[in-house]
Design a binder for this molecule. Structure first.
Ligand SMILES: [Fe+2]
Length: 349
């Protein structure tokens, strides 16, 4: 196996080149746009051919070089199917295998840091992105993150790998380069064996971290595989002073945009179901108070049955100082007519 770990100092990001020695087919994991010349020079020096460029997730702290590397090498770009990115060639799912000469890349879905995080197992090593870091883990407070899901991912997908398997993370801020499954099970301060789900969730809920500096540019750019000129920004139409967006536009950005359903609980769980990433804050008594506690950093779309109450909710959000709020045109009725993914207790998802 040809293997190289690369570091980008501004955001402390690791990228990796792994290649099969006989066929010279290579994969680049988590490339950073500013480092694209360095990475291409290395690929040339090693005499390998880039077959895949894989991102462990849609990053918030840096812009990926995946689209640019595809343009210059013809490599296929792969990310989790959970993001449904139009710019990707491969929409990867749990258990999928990618051939790399005599090597095999096994895809593990390890969501929690974001809704679409993947880890990749190649030979004796696993590339965990921001799901599991050395002695820690990625934050879970944006991009569809969930500490419950992260706990589940680490315990059932990573910590069940052989103890001697090497862990190569997406970042390290202290100068560490790799670890092992056994070491993390013993020493990881957040997730070591014996830490309960409740303890972990409480700890993650109290981190109070500032948002990454580049999140507003990085996330939209990464939704276009790092080529923002291909990225079509939301195209809202103004209705009664509130920007209204279509179901299809929101669908392509699920996971990156906060979705707040403002119907009643019975409707939320009723026939029309609800959007998979939606959270319920019913319009009614206490609405503004609950809304005031929500993050203003990310874009937020409000959803109701037909698009009326969501207009009212978006207007209330604007009054509270939210600047990037939208109302979903046609509400869940339109969402269902387009057969978009939803959760429904009455069957169908
Ligand atoms: Fe990340």
């Amino acid at each position: 196996m040809i293997f190289q770990q690369l570091f980008e100092t501004e955001t402390s990001t690791y990228s990796y080149v792994i290649a099969d020695a006989s066929s010279r087919e290579a994969v680049l994991i988590d490339p950073v746009i500013e480092m694209v010349e360095r990475d291409l020079a290395l690929v040339k020096e090693l005499g390998v051919r880039l077959k895949y460029v894989l991102d462990t997730h849609v990053h918030a702290d840096h812009v990926t070089a995946s689209g640019e590397l595809r343009r210059r090498t013809g490599a296929k770009v792969g990310v989790s199917s959970a993001y449904d990115l139009a710019c990707a060639d491969l929409h990867l799912t749990d258990g999928q295998n990618l051939e790399l000469g005599t090597l095999n890349i096994r895809v593990l879905e390890t969501p929690g840091h974001t809704s679409g995080c993947l880890s990749f197992v190649i030979g004796d090593r696993v590339f965990t992105g921001d799901a599991l870091l050395i002695g820690g883990c990625g934050r879970t407070d944006f991009q569809g993150g969930s500490s419950e899901r992260l706990f589940e991912s680490i315990k059932t997908k990573i910590f069940t790998l052989p103890e001697e398997m090497l862990i190569f993370p997406g970042h390290d801020y202290k100068g560490f380069t790799f670890s092992t499954v056994g070491q993390e099970r013993l020493c990881n301060s957040r997730l070591r064996d014996g830490v309960t789900r409740e303890q972990f969730v409480e700890l993650m809920g109290n981190l109070n971290l500032a948002y990454p500096k580049k999140i507003k540019e990085a996330v939209p750019a990464n939704l276009a595989c790092g080529l923002p000129e291909l990225f079509a920004p939301l195209d809202p139409q103004l209705l009664e002073g509130v920007p209204v967006v279509s179901a299809l536009e929101i669908r392509s950005r699920l996971g990156q945009i906060a979705v707040i359903d403002v119907r009643g609980l019975d409707e939320f769980n009723g026939e029309l179901g609800h959007i998979t990433t939606a959270r319920l804050i019913s319009l009614g008594e206490g609405f503004s108070e609950r809304l005031a506690k929500e993050s203003r950093e990310l874009e937020t779309v409000f959803v109701c049955r037909s698009g009326k109450r969501s207009l009212e909710a978006a207007r209330r959000a604007q009054e509270l100082g939210f600047t990037r709020v939208y109302s979903l045109a046609g509400g869940m009725i339109q969402w269902n007519e387009l057969n978009l993914p939803r959760v429904s207790d009455l069957g169908g998802s």
